[in-house]
Write a protein that binds this ligand. Sequence first.
Ligand code: ZN
Length: 497
Amino acid sequence: MEILDSYKALLAEIGKLDSATSLLSWDERTYIPPKAHEARAKVVGKLAKMSFEQFTSDEMGSYLEKLSAMDTLSDLDKASVKRVSKDYKRFRAIPPALYEQYTIDRSQSEFAWEKARADNDFTAFEPYLTKMVDYARQFAELFGYEENPYDALIEDYEPGMTAAELKTIIEPLRAELVPFVQRLMEEGTPPDDSFLQGTFPADKQKQVSLKALEAMHYDFGAGRLDVTAHPFTTRIGPHDTRITTRYLEDNLLSSFFSSVHEGGHALYDQGIPDELTWSGLDDGASMGIHESQSRLWENMVGRSREFWHFFYPTLIDVFPQFEGIPLDSFYRAANRVEPSLIRVEADEVTYNLHIMLRFELEEALLNQRIEVRELPDLWRDAMKRYLGVVPPDDAQGVMQDVHWSAGLIGYFPSYMLGNLYDAQIYRTALREIDDLPGKISRGELLPLREWLRDKIHRFGRIYDPKELLQRVTGEGPDPQYFLDYVRTKYGEVYRLK
Ligand code: ZN
């Protein structure tokens, strides 16, 4: 099996380069001095080019062709060859010089976005974003598609999903969610969250985040927690999955939920077994499945009454001002629903509405029905239709997310799909894990982590998202689980009649 060994050795070479790139990119978004961005972009561009050239080499093509024809491979090697072949075809579609220029422009665009957002200056960001949208259009044409260029791009994040199928998921969701949110606002009793106003020092918030991550059994021997403008998780390589968060001193729960969210992503990555290292399978099944893991921990666990039953005393230890606030009041305050401006701060009921409007805009951008310069106005209009609120400036509007600045178009729907998958997966966990609510209320979170590891994490990228969901829950994607969950939970939190 010389070919198999050579194939694995080549994948390992690529894996090592990608690991270096991930570490440099992590540094770019955490600790890099501001003046070093331009030079760093060139270093990242160089490494990405080397990796890209190896991955798309004729050598790799010849290994894949020969290995695909062999029937003596193990199931794992077969899965590796199948996945890598698919990626190979996609990457071969892009000329190396174009890809290198893209990685350089992308770094500069992300930096420009950060500055433009701080200055609330969309005009300064517009040429960079225009360039990124042009890249997305070019890539879609190069990948090829049947109906919609959007389908060519979403394949990177949610294999098998299309714009048309998304519309069939979004329509019923929007039809139920928009009036449900209105009903909560008009007929519900909003929780009193006045005790969440105040100043919460960053170092104390960090203590709470660390305790929550410990409770989730995040492995600090194989990761770390740092600060960034826009929280993310990155798998640098085997046994190195890092989390970032941000501490807003006037918002205690923001950093808490973002840490638990990123912790959920990190548990997925930490649960990928060593045998998948540098096999092309050492990643999540899709962005949507990845997001289902972060959302499951953030919402199903982190926003549950059971979790706070266990964790509230820990919070009170760090912030004694909550001493006199009853647990139930705190639980309800942590579940306040409010149509708001910022996606990452949105509650779990209105969150999907933020995604729907991004999907609507980016799908129209890609199909050239709208132009980049129109985005700020179109954004305000869409916010009004979906959420009934309008941002006072572009920093809190169209420039709030990093994704488009990095050319990531077709990515946002994964967040919504994650919210739908997680409700479905959690329903299965409740059925299969004995007394899961009781366990959570005692702080026993390991059985849930182990169940997720056994059902999802250990398979890495072996299965497509639909196939994986079918194996875990016995069904295809069904948005009704999410709708049932929010109706039941928030009907009670808001005391709807
Ligand atoms: Zn996430």
